[in-house]
Design a protein around this ligand. Sequence first.
Ligand SMILES: Cc1cc2nc3c(=O)[nH]c(=O)nc-3n(C[C@H](O)[C@H](O)[C@H](O)COP(=O)(O)OP(=O)(O)OC[C@H]3O[C@@H](n4cnc5c(N)ncnc54)[C@H](O)[C@@H]3O)c2cc1C
Length: 399
Amino acid sequence: MDADTAPSPLPAGDPAAYRRAIRHWLETNLPPAWRSDAIARAEPSLEELKDWEARMHRAGLWGVAWPKAYGGHGLTLREHLIVSQEVGRLPMPESVNSIGKELAGPILLAIGTEEQKKRFIPAILEMREIWCQGFSEPEAGSDLAGLRTRATHDGKVWRITGQKIWTSGGFRAQRCLLLARTGTLEDRHRGLALFALRMDAPGVTVQRIRQIDGEAEFAQVFLDNAPVEEADALGAPNEGWKAAVRVLEIERATNRMYRAWRLENELRHLVSACRADPNLSALIADPAYAQRLAQFRIEIEVLKRYVEGVVEDLVSGGAIGGRGSLIKLHWSEAHQRFAALAMELLGQASLPPAPEVRAAQRRFRKIYMRARAETIYAGTSQIQLGIIADRILGLPRAA
Ligand SMILES: Cc1cc2nc3c(=O)[nH]c(=O)nc-3n(C[C@H](O)[C@H](O)[C@H](O)COP(=O)(O)OP(=O)(O)OC[C@H]3O[C@@H](n4cnc5c(N)ncnc54)[C@H](O)[C@@H]3O)c2cc1C
């Protein structure tokens, strides 16, 4: 089935039929060589990925729960969850606009003006505008309220001066969800505002940063009097912190909602690669390894229940709150342990490794290195523990 003849509107009233239609579309349309478990893998280009995501949207797989007035499909988070589960089942490329679709989009829908929603949301879904997130600074990561990038109004436009760092995808983005200071440093979280900065504005310089895996997925962004039109200021000038906290809650709880199902796919892939190798088949039958694999299986099930619970609460009008921290801590720590286990196992493969084992080694090497960052981005594990202590357990603060 082609994207343009895909069943949109999908049979949302019937969850089983809806799931079947999504699964069928993905299995029919995802190029087999793009699967990260493929023996003959071919890395898609940025243009191919943009085209793929635009097709996914036309087929009803992005913007599932967003209003039709802004190019969404007008369903609920329950259908979004079904799509996420099916996306997670297949080892497909990560979105190159996940910040646009999973962070900027929801916050624009929550605090944007009607004009902003009509302008920004369709551009995100149709992949005309990729977004990045400009929150962290060299002296303000965990302590985000200490950020120094300044926004001043010159009577006509806002002017932004400062520096952002660890800006994922900053080099390919057309827009940045930027948090900047409108008040004094002493105002801390009270004097902050959120903007939709154009990345091609004068005064914006992007410098890529190379990572441990050899790729250069993030950047530092220098801002020298960069203009932002009044129409691109998001929410009230002093309410940026409230919006930023909401963005972080989304980032921790429902961003990449497919995660638990993708982890399940990774576990399945590891076990099947091990079964293709006599040494590894024996190892995974060993109680010490079997126990660690079973532990990860349990952790995946716990994560699924967390995510499904949050979705049900959000559908009934509840909020994510501190649970985002619980979920983020759970998946990032569990995934790091699993990635280390995968490397330990695959490193003991027979020589020369079978093609299935080589494909798994290639995939898990990447996963292992990326997992190192998972306990850092979206707030470190220590920060999540602090939030859990404070907001969930209500423990007293250390004097
Ligand atoms: C892969 C990756 C992608 C990222 N993408 C983006 C992005 O797109 N946009 C963006 O804005 N940012 C991004 N970040 C930045 C990320 O949000 C920060 O790295 C993170 O918030 C931690 O801040 P920091 O690096 O300044 O470390 P610091 O805040 O300096 O922390 C250093 C250490 O001190 C500990 N620590 C700090 N404060 C406390 C405390 N109160 N209690 C206990 N321990 C504490 C931390 O846990 C950590 O171990 C990304 C980071 C990574 C790794």
